[in-house]
Design a protein around this ligand. Structure first.
Ligand code: FMN
Length: 155
C-alpha cells in the first residue's frame, strides 16, 4: 500500500489550495508525499484507483443552511469528479472548510457530500486554516485512511 496521501479538492479563490500547501509541507517533514488534484485546474475527470481524501470548501446560496439556502453553487465539478467511474468508492473521507460568518452553513457542503456518498466527515477548518490545523488534520487523515484500509471488503 502506498504511503502517499492523495488529495482531490477544489479551490476557487485559493484558500483551500493554500491550506493544501501547508499540509503538504507538514507531511513532507514526516517523509510522506502528497499528490493533490485541484479540480479547478484539472476539470476533466480521470479514473482514480488509489485511496484519496477529498477537500471541499462551502459555496452555497444565501439563507441560513437549515430551512433554506443549502443549495451548492460553483463546486459541482468536484461532485462530477467523484461520480466519474465511481471514483467516490476510493474516497476515505472528506475535509470541509468555509467561513464561520456563515454560521449554520459553515462547511455545510462537505457535510452534504459525506451524507450523499456515505464517507466519513474527517474534519473542518476555516479559510486558510490556523497554525495548528495542518498537524490536527494530518492526524485525522492518517486515522481515516487506516480505518478505510482495515475495512473488510464489502462493508
Ligand atoms: C458566494 C460564496 C458563498 C459562500 N458560502 C459559504 C457557506 O455557505 N458556508 C461557508 O462556511 N463558507 C462559505 N463561503 C466561504 C468560502 O467557503 C471560503 O471563503 C473558502 O475558504 C473558499 O475556499 P477557496 O478559496 O479554496 O475557494 C462562501 C464564499 C462565497 C464567495
Amino acid at each position: 500500500m502506498s504511503k502517499d496521501i492523495n488529495i482531490l479538492y477544489i479551490s476557487l479563490s485559493g484558500n483551500t489550495k493554500y491550506f493544501i500547501g501547508k499540509l503538504t509541507k507538514y507531511f513532507a517533514e514526516h517523509e510522506i508525499t502528497v499528490n493533490a488534484i485541484n479540480v479547478k485546474e484539472n476539470p476533466e475527470p480521470t479514473k482514480l484507483t488509489a485511496p484519496f481524501v477529498t477537500f471541499l470548501p462551502a459555496f452555497l446560496e444565501g439563507g441560513n443552511g437549515v430551512n433554506n439556502g443549502d443549495r451548492e453553487i460553483l463546486t459541482g465539478r468536484l461532485g462530477q469528479y467523484l461520480d466519474y467511474q465511481d471514483n467516490f468508492a476510493h474516497c476515505y473521507g472528506i475535509v470541509g472548510s468555509g467561513n464561520r460568518n456563515f454560521n449554520k452553513q459553515f462547511a455545510l457542503t462537505a457535510h452534504q457530500y459525506a451524507e450523499r456518498y456515505d464517507f466519513p466527515f474527517i474534519a473542518d477548518f476555516e479559510l486558510r486554516g490556523s497554525e495548528s490545523d495542518p498537524e490536527r488534520i494530518a492526524r485525522e487523515i492518517i486515522y481515516a485512511r487506516a480505518q478505510f484500509e482495515n475495512q473488510p471488503v464489502g462493508e
